[in-house]
Design a protein around this ligand. Sequence first.
Ligand code: SAM
Length: 350
Amino acid sequence: MSLKSMSAATHIPVLLNETIEALAVQPGGRYIDCTLGGGGHAAAILERSSPGGQLLGIDADPEAIKIAETRLEAYKDSTLLINENFANLQAICLKYDFLPVHGILFDLGLSSLQLNSNSRGFSFQHDTPLDMRFSPSQEVTAADIINTFSENELAQLIKVYGEEGYSRQIAHHIIRERPIKTALHLARVIEQTIGSRRGKIHPATRTFQALRIAVNRELEHLEAALKQAINLLGCEGRLVVISYHSLEDRIVKQLMQQESRGCICLPNTPVCVCGHTARLRLVNKKVITPASTEVQLNPRSRSAKLRAAERITTQEEYYRTTELDIKAEGWRRPTLLRKLQVTFSSLQSN
Ligand SMILES: C[S@@+](CC[C@H](N)C(=O)[O-])C[C@H]1O[C@@H](n2cnc3c(N)ncnc32)[C@H](O)[C@@H]1O
């Protein structure tokens, strides 16, 4: 699909007002959008953080970066757009000296631009090659998995990543039909296996989700990036994550809950041995979901779940941060992060 026709299709940012509020965007703040996509959330962050706001935008998909560059043209002096995987978040921030930050956003999954593309294989409605990679630099495509995994491996993958009850039957049919090269071919095989109607969702939805997660190692990258994100937040900085299925949401929920607790020793441990201290405060006790009016306007938003947490400073860190240097208009750079940076640059030069 050409860039022009891709730009013509639009991606409507999900839970936009709720995201800006959860991030507590303020003028002069420094933010990271780890999933730039069409730049919808990024544009709103830049608008709300002006004057003086800065945004680091990351996306694994080079097409998304090109589209966002055009969309955010008016803010080009305050944006830095990087075509990278967010699993490398900390390294990116250290490389560009973009830390600590006031807010970090993850709007997970794929954009409408990717879903509607004629060449990416994300949609079971298009007769496109079964690719599903966010970045062309990744080696494994969905077709590689479909045509090389054993029946058992396929069934396991579809069950675990797709939470599909008919995983064994689907895997069995896939093996009989191989080679399967296009998204439409795979969708037909699944329809023939489990029928063409299944409540509100297409019967291929779960299998396609499973393949996309596996191709892009989505859960692994999310877990790694969230841990790094917490380290990059300044005191009172906000972490906001919008997820679209229960596997992602479980990772976000568990990490936020764990990091907002003090001791995490097993129950009945007489004396604390973990030494764990809370680094986050949950901004909302309950998950935020879109209003019915948003779902009507943008059906893609129906499964969205937003969770937000705020970085708090432990007492130990608080004392360390009293000997800080001041960076970028009064925003403080904790000594801990400076130490991290030194270690990292010495690693790189070795
Ligand atoms: C739902 S879209 C984001 C839409 C965006 N918030 C907007 O308003 O236009 C998700 C984006 O995240 C990107 N993405 C997903 N996983 C990624 C990863 N591990 N690293 C970097 N980008 C990723 C996808 O390529 C896609 O463009």
